[in-house]
Design a protein. Structure first.
Length: 101
């Protein structure tokens, strides 16, 4: 079992709605479904708390048990989360650069 934080309760309804839609579209239900659903929710709404959950989950996974993420099943799924966090960091850096100019 992956060591994931639980999203705040007031975000969970929307995240679960997105998760159910993703499942209907064929996305496999797995332990990272809530995290992937938060990525979608963040892009759709632009609401920062969804991004916060993704980033928090990423660091929990990255600092957790490496043997789980080394398994082929989790590598690709974790890679999606890792790419999202990297893109978010780059976006925030560009935003900060624009603010200082």
């Amino acid at each position: 079992m992956l060591p994931l934080p639980t999203p705040e309760s007031w975000l969970l309804d929307f995240i679960n709605l997105v998760a159910s839609r993703l499942s209907m579209l064929g996305f496999e239900r797995d332990e990272l479904l809530l995290v992937h659903s938060s990525i979608v929710a963040a892009h759709v709404t632009g609401f920062e708390h969804f991004y916060d959950y993704v980033v928090e989950s990423y660091y929990e996974l990255a600092e957790g048990d490496d043997s789980l993420l080394a398994q082929p099943r989790w590598k690709k799924l974790f890679w999606v989360v890792e790419e999202e966090v990297a893109a978010l960091v780059e976006f925030e850096e560009r935003l900060a650069d624009e603010d200082t100019m």
